[in-house]
Each structure stands twice: as C-alpha cells, then as structure tokens.
Design a protein around this ligand. Structure first.
Ligand code: GBH
Length: 481
C-alpha cells in the first residue's frame, strides 16, 4: 500500500473520502490515529437517487408518446439554453437497463423516477398507449429484479400538450386523477410508494406567471392563483385516485420544494420566526395541503384574486398523506421581529457562496431545518428528502474521471445536517440524491450538470464521478464521513 504523509493527508478530506478512486488506495488509519466517528444513520435508512422523465428519457416520439408542454417549450426558439430539448436527453428510454446497473453499483435501496403522462396517454386522456405503460413496467421489473424499490412520481412538469388550457383549465386536475388512477392500478401490484406532483411553484408560477418554464405564460395574479389551485387540486384528487386503486399499505405523498427558512441563530425567538415563515412562505401550497384550507392571511392578501374553490376541493387537497417529500437546495435566512408577521427575511450577503447554479446558495443547515420546520408545524408521519444535490462545472479528464470535489463538499454538508435531524428523532426515512445522471436541466438545457454520473451527450456514455464513489461509500457504511 502506498504510504502517505501527514501533510498529504491534511491536504484533502476529499482525498480521504475517495478511498479507492482512480486506483489510489488511501488507508483510513494511516497514522494509527482514529478518525472522527462517522455519523451513522438509523438502521433501515433508505438511500436513493432521483430523476424525472423529460429530463432523462429521450425517446420523445417513440412508441406513440404524445408531446408535452416541455417538448413545445424547448422547441420554441429562445426558451432554453442553446435551444436544448429533451428529444434525446440521456436516452434512458432505451438505456434504462444501464441506468439500473449504475444504481445497483451504487448500492442504493431506492430509485425515484417519474412517469411521462403523455407517454401513457398521448393526449392526456383515454385512449391509453399500452406501449408507453410497458416502458414503466419494464423499468419497474428491472429495478425489482435488482432489489431496488421504485418510488414513482406521477407528474414532474411534462403536461400533455393536448390538454386544452393546460393547468388554467380545471378539467386538467380531473384528467390527472384519471391518469393517476390508471397508472397506479397497473403498477400498484409492484410499486408501493407514489408521489403525486413535483414542486407546485415550478409548474404553476414559473410556467404561468413568470414564463420561465413551460408553457411560458405571464398571466395576471387572479388567473395564476387559479392555476395554483388546479395544481394542488390535482394532487388531492391524485391522492384519492391512488388510494382507490392500490392495495392498502401503499404509501402516498408528494415531492415539494417548500421554501426552507433557517433561523439566523438558534434561539427560541428566531426558531419561532422560522416556523412562522415556513407557514406563510409556503401558504398556497404545502401549508394549504397540510391544513386542508387556504390560510386566512393568504385569502386576505390575495383579496379579489383569491382562487375559486368548489365544494369538495379542500377535502381532496387536505387528504392525509403517508409522507411528505422535500426537495432541498437552498436556505432562506430569517430573524424574529415585531412586525405582524413576526419575522423578516435576511438578504444574502453579496459574498454568500453559491454552486455552479447561482440559485444554489450554500447553506446546508437548510436540510435540517426543512425537516424540523415541517415536522414541528404539521406533525407529518414520515419525511423523505426527495431531492438534494447540486450542479458543478464538471470536467471529464482524459482517463474518464470527474473530480467533482465541490459536489462532495455540498453533499457531505447536507447529509451531516440531515443526520442531525435523524438523531433528534424526526421521522426521516430516506434520501434521494438529485441526480443519478447529468440530464436536461429545464431552461438551463444541458449547461448545468447535476449528476453523480457524467453523461457525454454525444455518445450517451455514462461515467461515474468522484461523487458517485463517495455516495457509494456513504451508502455502504450507512454513515457520512
Ligand atoms: C428541482 O427544481 C427539480 O425538481 C428538478 O427537476 C431539477 O432538475 C432540480 O431541482 C435542479 O434544478 O434561475 O434564479 O430564476 C428546482 C427548482 C426552479 C430552482 C427554478 C431554480 C430558477 C431560479 N428550480 N429556479 S433562477
């Protein structure tokens, strides 16, 4: 074994973490000194990776798939970086077996992927496209054959283009429920964990109010609020549909990018401020789901623009969930003050460090606070981190390696904070790293890489990055080092 000096050792925690990467064996106890104890996760904690259909599948016109709003949007000049589209993406539609091999090699227990609605229902409604469903049957079977538990997201933004009016139309929520009923009925013998929707704000506000995402509209507040309502209604009807069509014991939740508020320092008053901010800052989405009604302050603030609600809507929206999934990337800092809200948001210092995507501000304690705020406010039975990860300016070396030390730094810190939540007894059941693969990063196209596997988008070859080795080691030990 190659001997390393104390100085070399001191040079990089990352080097120590990469115990066998690139053929260099680094002894863990090089100097007979115990390293700090690893942060062990609870027994049975589930490690996984996440992806989404339009971001990885490709095969956009294969076997009868209908177009989604993201096909239309990405093919509209000026909407995505360099006009990138998901036509081919990672071609997981054809290469899914290889992707499952990558998962297997990591040692993950779980894989979170999403269903392309328009693959199964090309127009969003009957008739069904059996070939589309067959793809997911194959994927699920391949996962199960490899002892990997599928976690299925029903909607990750790729709304069938053919649905008239998209999310502006209340009928879309009902069409969603029909689609979800069908898919859960046909996968529910083998899939026992379903998420209805992914990140309300992204497919409602970003798509319909700010125009950054498909379908690229900039509607006034009243209509945009109605879109939000149809989004959460779809979730609620989706929960009911899954429950009605799957065996009892099937776990139903969602994946939500709740805004995470972090107290500037840990004192009772700032902790209380972060809780209040969580409730208010997530008012139209998670707060309403958890409380089964729009908070009074939200309705008051929106006034005449408040959403129109029909009988039965709030019962569906407030459906009891088996778990809440949180997608965590970025912190928002708050302090207590004596305004009626009871808190004020603190702007980031100009020097606040960020990752390759400028919106990912480094603040790993947000992972801990996301869990704590949500559990303390709403006493949810189970939490998953359904996404966490980062882009990095990855470079593929001549020998096929990617030394993404910054991604490891990001992940290590977030997992250290998540460990704290598990130690304090919050019911965190699992963690899904975003993402298994570099993929189509929405409006950023292929310019931002989030994978722990590098994808050469010309050859579609996958290369494990250093972070994949690190994650594999974390999973094997069930501990963060
Ligand atoms: C998640 O979205 C998604 O679920 C996943 O599909 C995605 O690939 C992943 O995270 C990484 O982005 O440019 O300042 O206007 C994250 C939500 C919404 C965050 C859009 C960035 C743009 C910020 N994203 N937002 S900005």
């Amino acid at each position: 074994m190659k001997k390393i000096t104390r100085r070399q050792f001191g040079k990089g925690v990352a080097a120590a973490a990469a115990a066998t990467y690139a053929g260099v064996a680094l002894p863990r106890f090089a100097f007979g000194e115990p390293l700090p104890a690893p942060l062990y996760y609870p027994k049975g904690f589930l490690w996984g990776c996440a992806t989404a259909s339009y971001q990885v599948e490709g095969g956009a016109r294969d076997d009868g798939r209908g177009p989604s709003v993201w096909d239309t949007f990405s093919h509209t000049p000026g909407k995505t970086h360099d006009g990138d589209t998901g036509d081919v993406a990672d071609d997981s539609y054809h290469l899914y077996k290889e992707d499952v091999r990558l998962l297997k090699n990591l040692g993950v227990q779980t894989y979170r992927f999403s269903i392309s609605w328009s693959r199964v229902f090309p127009t969003g409604k009957a008739p069904v496209n059996q070939k589309g469903l067959d793809y997911y049957n194959r994927l699920v079977d391949e996962l199960l054959a490899n002892n990997i538990t599928p976690y299925v997201t029903m909607f990750h933004w790729d709304l069938p283009q053919a649905l008239p009016g998209g999310w502006e139309n209340r009928d879309t929520s009902k069409a969603f429920a029909d689609y979800v009923a069908y898919v859960s009925k046909h996968l529910g013998d083998r899939v026992h964990h379903f998420m209805t929707t992914n990140e309300f704000v992204c497919f409602t506000d970003l798509g319909y109010r700010y125009g950054q995402f498909a379908p690229g509209l900039k509607l006034p507040a009243a209509q945009a609020n109605q879109v939000r309502h149809h989004g959460i209604l779809a979730h609620g009807l989706g929960v009911q549909a899954i429950r009605a069509n799957t065996p009892s014991g099937t776990q139903v939740g969602l994946a939500e990018n709740a805004t995470v508020y972090v107290p500037i320092i840990e004192t009772d008053e700032h902790i209380e401020a972060a809780r209040k901010a969580t409730r208010r800052g997530n008012a139209p989405f998670l707060t309403t789901l958890m409380e089964g009604k729009y908070p009074d302050f939200y309705l008051q603030e929106e006034g005449a623009n408040a959403p129109k609600v029909e009988p039965g809507d709030m019962e569906a929206i407030g459906s009891k969930l088996d778990f809440v999934g949180l997608n965590i990337y970025t912190p928002f800092y708050v302090r207590a003050d004596d305004s009626p809200k009871g808190y004020v948001e603190i702007p980031y210092p100009k020097s606040a460090p960020h990752m390759a995507s400028p919106w990912i501000i480094l603040g790993p304690e947000c992972t801990y606070w996301s869990v704590r705020n949500v559990c303390d406010l709403w006493k949810v039975p189970a939490i998953y981190i359904t996404e966490n990860g980062t882009s990095s300016d990855d470079v593929l070396t001549a020998d096929g390696k990617v030394y993404d030390t910054d991604r490891i730094m990001y992940l290590r810190n977030h997992l250290t904070q998540l460990h704290r939540a598990t130690q304090e007894g919050y019911p965190v059941k699992g963690y899904f790293l975003w993402s298994l693969l570099d993929n189509f990063e929405w409006a950023d196209g292929y310019s931002k890489r989030f994978g722990i596997h590098y994808v050469d988008f010309k050859t579609l070859k996958r290369y494990p990055k250093l972070s994949a080795e690190w994650y594999k080691q974390t999973i094997a030990k069930n501990a963060v080092e």
